[in-house]
Design a protein around this ligand. Sequence first.
Ligand SMILES: Nc1nc2c(ncn2[C@@H]2O[C@H](COP(=O)(O)OP(=O)(O)OP(=O)(O)O)[C@@H](O)[C@H]2O)c(=O)[nH]1
Ligand SMILES: [Mg+2]
Length: 363
Amino acid sequence: MERFGLVGLPNAGKSSLYNALTGGGALAAPYAFATKDPNVGVARVPDSRLDRLAEMSKSRNVVHAAVQVVDIGGLVEGASKGEGLGNRFLGGIREVDAIVFVLRAFADDDVPGPHDPLEHLRVVEIELALADLETVESQLGRKLKAARADRSLAEEARALEAAQKRLADGVPLYRAGLSEAEREVLAPYFLLTNKPVLAVCNVGEDDLDAIPEIEDRVRRELAEHHPDVDIEVLGMCVQLEAEAAQLDEGERAEMLEGLGLGEGALTRLVRSAYHLLGLRTFLTTGDKESRAWTFRAGAKAPECAGRIHSDLQRGFIRAEVIHWDELLDIGSWQKAKELGKLRVEGKEYEVVDGDVLEIRFNV
Ligand SMILES: Nc1nc2c(ncn2[C@@H]2O[C@H](COP(=O)(O)OP(=O)(O)OP(=O)(O)O)[C@@H](O)[C@H]2O)c(=O)[nH]1
Ligand SMILES: [Mg+2]
């Protein structure tokens, strides 16, 4: 399962956010390094399309898509050189597919540490960039030499050189203005800042009105030097979201509504992280079960069939396909079939987010 990791300074609220997302019981406490070893849990991906299809089909069972969340120990200035928990955070971050920065913006005298999100961002970025710089510099000399003998390595050597320059200036690669091709060439080096990122600002419970302004400050900082860099920034009060997450559905909606928080930020965060990971959803629906399945953007029908069962991929003949909203309009799978609204797609069909599928197969 694809996973995203929560990364930030001590007391930023990572474990609190982790608990809210996964219903987990990680220790959240007002002292630094409360988390030492990573907590790993699963977050359900909320999906109203699925809920509505399940209602349409009167499904007895509803299964949402899910992603893994990793709560990583806090890092401090100098972490890449061994301060605090030192390099322990590196292993945790290396193993995730995308990074969610948790930047503290709440003031609370009982919780030590700075509460300026830009200060949090500065330290986190510097430490990750320094760790990457070390990796790049350990490879660069050898690569340049090899590229002189073998010209097919020139592109990789040039990308490493470009990365080295930006990292030495303290600029993480996700906003260094590298081309898509350069970032891809660098993939085998498993650099921390070559992963996709988004940022959460953890705003105090009395500061909800300031969310847009705080988001904007962080967004501008991230886009500095590269106005075309578009990193999503999500402001929320983790504490309130966590309290709401404990309630049952009706009470939760009421609480969030009362605070003017709409559907709540956790839902948006999980959806954004899911997309950041390059993940998409297709659906299946019937009276027994309606289910959301995860696939990688660009995957073809047989590969998607294989998410359901390997037999469906091996013996794939064709897929019957309709987009979820059209199916919902028609009112049932059977009726869609009778009306000739189910498309018949073959092995080369690229499945689209929100497609409802039925696989024909033979093994
Ligand atoms: N007032 C307030 N306190 C919060 C909020 N979010 C988290 N806290 C508190 O801040 C303290 C630290 O939260 P944690 O979730 O443990 O922080 P962490 O980022 O996991 O910290 P480390 O594991 O030490 O890196 C806890 O006492 C939380 O209850 C918030 O939105 N408002
Ligand atoms: Mg923690």
